[in-house]
Write a protein that binds this ligand. Structure first.
Ligand code: PEP
Ligand code: MN
Length: 396
């Protein structure tokens, strides 16, 4: 990885969450594990067999010596029933073999107190709490209680849904039982709108978390965000540009035949290429304006992505309205409809400190495109694309 210059912690651009007690989380450099930034964690989504675990670990150790931690899911919470739920306890000894043979530290997901006890007993070095467990305060508390009095490093993935308070709450529960080697993993959010990725990155959530707990280390899991190897590099770079402290990348000896998340895993030689391509930023306090500007531009890019996603959803709905009109042969004239839209948004613009004239012009442009999309709706009666009168489009 190459070095790229410094930047300002993005937390400074956001207001913090009220009523927070500062965390006693330690920086990675004080974890006594010899970690440098960026910390790279790699390994398969799931441990599948002794051979698969060991071969993957050997490949990682051989191709990417900068990887310090080997991850593998043993207990896999699946959103829907019927998927591969992990091999369970038996895989703990495979991870011990990985450590013995390669020197890589080992890490797995725990979702219950029982998992936590078993992992600790087997000498697993670090734990993570998965996106489906973080949002459940009872589950997190049960795990936290099981870890009380231990010194095990714990990484908390963001909840599957975009809720900052649940993420914060899970981190607080672990901090409250004395976990000081504590970090957050950003794995994106499951979201109903179309996004170019498997999970929507919604970068403002980890940024706001960092604003709430400036000393908390942020790790990015670009594999679950990107959902495909081609998009992995872009997300990983964006995380480094946003001053994340590390990456967790799903790596499998034979990704195509993986029993879970086959579409997004990469093989160790690909991981080597990916890591080499990344530009690492120094979290140096020597602030220069250029890098501060870059941070702000990164945020703008993120917001632009979201505006595009919203526009795409809006156009989908415009097309559905077009479908509906065609199917029901509706030729309704509601001349006040667009006026009402603009009037409502101009009022809202005022509250949001946006220029109402700008909003009116913007909505006109958006609306013209909606009309164009409605016009291209195929007519169910004759199977060809028919034209909706422009005036009709105005009155959705
Ligand atoms: C995983 O890391 O393989 C996993 C299941 O992730 P998440 O909890 O982020 O979905
Ligand atoms: Mn996975």
């Amino acid at each position: 990885m190459n070095q790229k210059n410094l930047q300002v912690p993005l937390g400074v651009y956001f207001r913090t969450v009220p009523d927070l007690t500062p965390l006693s989380a330690l920086p990675l450099s004080s974890w006594r594990l010899g970690f440098d930034r960026p910390l790279v964690i790699a390994g398969p989504c799931s441990a599948e067999s002794e051979e698969q675990v060991l071969e993957t670990a050997r490949g990682i150790a051989q191709h990417t010596p900068q990887v310090k931690v080997f991850r593998a899911g043993i207990w896999k919470p699946r959103t829907r029933p019927g998927g591969f739920e992990g091999v369970g306890q038996e895989a703990l000894k495979w991870l011990a073999m990985v450590k013995k043979e390669t020197g890589l530290l080992t890490m797995t997901e725990v979702a219950t107190a029982e998992h936590a006890h078993a992992a600790l007993e087997a000498g697993i070095d670090m734990l993570w709490i998965g996106a489906r467990t973080t949002p459940n305060p009872f589950s997190v508390q049960e795990i936290a209680d099981a870890l009380r009095g231990t010194d095990v490093p714990v990484f908390v993935k963001n909840p599957i849904n975009p809720d900052l308070q649940l993420w914060i709450g899970a981190i607080e529960r672990l901090a409250a039982v004395g976990i000081t080697r504590l970090a957050a993993i950003h794995r994106g959010f499951n979201w109903f709108e179309r996004t170019p990725y498997r999970n929507s990155p919604m970068w403002e959530f980890p940024i706001r978390l960092k604003a709430a707990f400036p000393q908390l280390e942020l790790i990015c899991d670009p594999s679950h965000i990107a959902g495909s190897p081609e998009k992995l590099g872009g997300i990983a770079q964006q995380a480094l540009d946003l001053n994340f402290s590390g990456l967790m990348i799903e790596t499998h000896r034979d990704p195509m035949n993986a029993r879970s998340d086959a579409k997004q895993q990469i093989a160790p030689p690909q991981l080597k290429v990916l890591l080499k391509s990344l530009i690492v930023r120094e979290a140096s306090p020597g602030v220069v304006h250029q890098s501060e500007l870059q941070d702000l531009r990164d945020l703008i890019d993120q917001l632009d992505d979201e505006i595009l996603q919203k526009l795409s959803s809006r156009m989908d709905i415009a097309e559905r309205i077009g479908d509906f009109k065609k199917a029901h042969n509706i030729a309704i004239l509601q001349p006040e409809r667009f006026d009402r839209i603009v009037r409502r948004l101009k009022d809202m613009a005022h509250d949001l400190h946006l220029d109402p004239k700008f909003i009116s012009e913007l909505m006109n442009t958006v609306h013209e495109e909606s009309i164009r999309r409605q016009r291209s709706v195929p007519d169910p009666n004759n199977g060809i694309h028919s034209t909706v009168h422009a005036n009709e489009g105005l009155h959705r």
